[in-house]
Design a protein around this ligand. Structure first.
Ligand code: OGA
Ligand code: MN
Length: 224
């Protein structure tokens, strides 16, 4: 968990020139879709150069063994449940993250402020992890809430995959209507696409991926 005011501004690169930025990330369209229907899909939320850096950093972290199997539940209740999910995660620390990760977090800080201004959601903090779904991995139907805890309000997933095809699987299946249990949209995890939805309202699942599937997944929460 982090304080919202701790989100870093885009940093300078090692040679002193400006690093990648996300200054043009289209937060207005994302807010409008979330306001209208409770979820959004924004292609090209980040520019391809920045997505490529984020993908390379994730690949390097994976190769160095920095990921852990994702669990289910929180604290002492946390357990590894391969029948529920088989992805691997690495939490991001905003104090030590890369310039590219900082640029993404800065764009999400703008999104947080716009959401609070438009929808009075009282979003206060953001927690995020890198995620890898090795071939064959999935995350069965679930809500992004812990039983008895309601603080997670908006889920945000940025995909990092180059040239993802429908045949590659790994779609985010979002169930869009609680009254019509089978109604859903399938979102391809294409690099640069940002998917968001109200965490307490939408059941969703990740269909089995046939290629390694990479993303940065995070949640805006109200003050704990
Ligand atoms: C999650 C999740 C969806 C996705 O990590 O809770 O539902 O598309 N991820 O990666
Ligand atoms: Mn989820």
């Amino acid at each position: 968990m982090m304080e919202s005011n701790a989100i870093p501004a885009p940093l300078a690169g090692p040679d002193g020139c400006a690093g990648p930025t996300a200054d043009r990330a289209p937060v207005t369209g994302t807010v409008a879709a979330l306001a209208a229907q409770g979820w959004s899909v924004t292609p090209d939320f980040l520019e391809p150069d920045l997505v490529a850096v984020l993908r390379q950093e994730l690949t390097d972290a994976w190769t160095s063994g920095a990921f852990r199997r994702a669990g289910v539940g929180r604290g002492a209740q946390r357990e590894f449940r391969p029948e529920v999910r088989t992805d691997w995660v690495r939490w991001l620390d905003p104090q030590t993250c890369s310039a590219a990760q900082g640029a993404y977090l800065a764009a999400l800080e703008r999104l947080r402020q716009a959401l609070n201004a438009a929808l009075y959601l009282g979003l206060f903090e953001f927690e995020a992890h890198q995620a890898v779904y090795p071939p064959g991995s999935y995350y069965r139907k679930h809500l992004d809430q812990f039983i008895g805890i309601g603080a997670r309000r908006v889920s945000c997933i940025l995909y990092l995959n180059a040239d993802w095809q429908a045949d590659d699987g790994g779609q985010l299946r979002l169930y869009t209507d609680a009254e019509v249990p089978d109604r859903h949209v399938d979102i391809l995890p294409t690099g640069g696409t940002l998917a968001t939805f109200l965490s307490a309202r939408f059941l969703h699942e990740v269909l089995p991926a046939r290629r390694a599937r990479m993303s940065i997944t995070g949640w805006f929460s109200t003050r704990g």
